[in-house]
Design a protein. Structure first.
Length: 427
């Protein structure tokens, strides 16, 4: 649920306030492992249920006069920004670990490395050779064959079965985010922007082990630890970061447009979240100081990012079916085109079949035109409407190109007859 309101404070300042409320609930429970509960003092089948209310606000202020009133170099400027709490969606696969690894109806058998201790695993195919042998392929360390003679652990020790769970107080990740941006338009036509973003973790995802213990302590105070992979998903309050971006953009009268941007970023987190398995994500976290894991440089961070883009746009106004207009387009090309895309459509009459036929003729005209200008491995893409000439146009595409298929994007309304013909590789 989201509620929002806008307040026009003055001619140069507007404020937007909003509150988003999110309710998350997975009522299903995994099977209760009583040995686990006896060992650790709490249940392994906690439900996931929480609510979070996220306040937010933003502002938009015209600062052309207040900051640049005396300047003849900046003709317009705006200052925008905001602050608020944002909740991120969490894949439900992280909760499914507890259902698949309760050690009640399933058991995470680990047979060591294909050696003698794995000989009881039964006939499991080798991933590399495909041969069926009496020794398990070590990459099937989680698998228990029906022919296995390996004994399952007794109920009293089922907690040592690589059981996964969820912290009863777990919440999905949420972050306080702030933003401030200055946009300026210069008298010479340059768009210049300066932007600062700041993130502070409220709650992020973390993984811990219920069976974690400290065996000894090194001379420098660091603990020597051990764990048995009874991991669970929980929260941490460590993490966050910032980014600073500057960008310059300008369009020229000859159709060339230039863009340059640079971002400096610092982002820190605890769990890289590189696996859907609790035990793997836990294992990827550094634990040199036990389970008190500080936030460190994110695996997904790019400290320096540069973007440079050049584009060219030209416009030819006229009837595409006129050969003179087609020649003008060809004369603009300096080589073969990689893509020819047509979004042409006739002025509709309201008679759907007639409209589809006329638009289909435009598609055919564009397809025939593309033969002269497209590279041998290029693409032709055109809007197409379902109608009496639909199959004829698709057949023409297959005669001109080696590949031709019809695609209807998800963004297109179900009731719409609009589709797109995608062709590739000239014959």
């Amino acid at each position: 649920m989201y509620i929002q309101d806008e307040w026009q404070v003055s001619d140069t300042l507007s404020l937007v306030f909003g509150v988003r409320h999110y309710d998350f609930d997975i009522p299903q429970q995994t099977l209760l492992n009583t040995s686990y509960e006896s060992k650790f003092g709490f249940r392994n089948n906690a439900t996931v249920s929480y609510t979070i209310t996220q306040p937010r606000f933003s502002f938009d202020m015209d600062v052309s006069d207040s900051l640049f009133g005396d300047s003849d170099k900046v003709v317009a400027a705006s200052l925008t920004g905001g602050y608020g709490l944002f909740h991120g969606r969490l894949p439900k696969v992280f909760f499914s670990n507890g259902f698949g690894r309760s050690s009640v109806d399933s058991f995470y058998s680990r047979f060591g490395g294909g050696g003698p201790s794995s000989a009881c695993a039964g006939p499991i195919p080798n991933l590399s050779s495909g041969a069926v042998t009496g020794v398990t392929d070590p990459r099937f360390f989680w698998y228990r064959s029906d022919a296995s003679t390996c004994a399952l652990k007794g109920a009293s020790s089922n907690w040592y079965g690589y059981t996964h769970g969820t912290d009863p107080d777990f919440e999905g990740p949420s972050t306080w985010r702030g933003n401030l941006k200055l946009d300026m338009l210069t008298a010479s036509g340059y768009d210049i922007s300066l932007e600062y973003n700041r993130d502070t973790v409220r709650k992020d995802v973390d993984f811990k082990d219920y069976s974690y213990s400290e065996r000894s302590v090194l001379a420098d105070g660091r603990p020597v630890t051990s764990s048995r992979e009874n991991t669970y998903i929980t929260n941490t309050t460590f993490g966050g970061g910032y980014s600073f971006t500057t960008a310059v953009q300008k369009g020229f009268e000859n159709g060339v447009e230039f863009y340059f941007g640079y971002t400096n970023m610092e982002q820190r987190d605890v769990a890289a979240m590189t696996s859907a398995q609790h035990s793997s994500s836990y294992g990827y976290q550094p634990r040199g100081y036990g389970e008190i894991v500080p936030a460190a440089r994110s695996s997904f961070m790019n400290e320096h990012k540069f973007v440079l883009a050049l584009s060219y746009t030209t416009q030819i106004i006229g009837d595409f079916t006129n050969p003179i207009i087609q020649d003008q387009i060809k004369n603009k090309l300096t080589g073969k085109a990689e893509v020819v895309m047509s979004d042409m459509a006739v002025n509709t009459t309201g008679i759907k079949n007639l409209d589809s036929i006329q638009t289909g003729e435009l598609c055919k005209e564009a397809m025939i035109f593309s033969k002269d200008v497209i590279s041998p491995d290029g693409f032709f893409i055109s809007k197409l409407f379902m109608g009496s000439s639909f199959n004829e146009i698709v057949a023409l595409g297959k005669t001109i190109f080696k590949q031709a298929k019809v695609f209807k994007p998800q963004s297109s309304r179900k009731e719409s007859k609009e589709s797109f013909l995608i062709c590739k590789n000239l014959r």
